[in-house]
Design a protein around this ligand. Structure first.
Ligand code: DX5
Ligand code: ZN
Length: 224
């Protein structure tokens, strides 16, 4: 079996909004492979963040894909606008209300040519993911409570990553596993060892004195 490619996905939530394009260019030079765009509606999580127009606007300044993490109460309202805005992948939370048709939304994302993905909060049982695995290309495991950047990595997340990797390999091999929240240079090695393919890092990248050098350090850990 071939080894999966491991990549760095900087979370733009931690960037300086006034210098976004410039900071993205620095991160890209250091080896960033994809951008993480956190979308928050003030309901599913207490915070507000980026909308579809930001996604479309950023794509004028980058050739790297944008991965949209929908932390919103009604994702069905936002899938189409983000697909039209050029999102390459869309991540849905499994904890949304039953009235939100997750399998249908995942199919819609795939039919549009983007990668469908699901995510779960730190306390959500992993079993909730299982029915969706045949429908997704990626799974995002939250290692902090969603809503804010700069939080500390929750220790139980490594154990969850190992269990999830085993579930993925059993049910639907080939799905990429993402870890989001509190990822740093110090814990990245253990996260990768636990079977994670994609490191999402916000403050560890954008709070660094030299963003390009910090991404190069991550790239070395990723074997790139
Ligand atoms: C939290 C977001 C994360 C966050 C990560 O709700 O989903 O993507 O921006 O930021 P850091 O790496 O600073 O924890
Ligand atoms: Zn995120």
């Amino acid at each position: 079996m071939c080894e999966s490619v491991k990549i760095l996905e900087p979370s733009l939530l931690a960037s300086d909004p006034g210098r976004l394009a410039e900071q993205m260019a620095r991160a890209a030079r250091g080896g960033a492979a994809m951008w993480h765009l956190d979308v928050m509606d003030g309901h599913f999580v207490p915070n507000l963040s980026f909308g579809p127009h930001i996604c479309a606007g950023l794509l004028k300044h980058t050739s790297l894909p944008i991965d949209v993490h929908l932390m919103v109460e009604k994702p069905s309202r936002f899938i189409d606008p983000f697909l039209h805005a050029g999102a390459s992948s869309v991540i849905l939370h499994v904890e949304v209300r039953d009235s939100e048709p997750i399998p249908q939304m995942l199919r819609e994302i795939k039919e549009a040519g983007a990668t469908p993905a699901v995510s779960l909060r730190p306390q959500t049982p992993l079993e909730m993911l299982e029915p969706y695995l045949p429908l997704v290309g990626r799974v995002l495991l939250m290692s902090v409570e969603p809503g804010y950047g700069g939080q500390t990595f929750l220790p139980g997340s490594l154990e969850r990553a190992r269990a999830l990797r085993a579930m993925i390999d059993r049910v639907s091999p080939g799905i990429q596993l993402q870890m989001d929240g509190g990822v740093t240079l110090d814990n990245a090695g253990s996260i990768l060892e636990a079977g994670v393919d994609i490191l999402i890092a916000g403050s560890a990248v954008f709070d660094a004195p030299d963003i390009e050098a910090r991404c190069e350090e991550f790239s070395l850990l990723l074997g790139r």
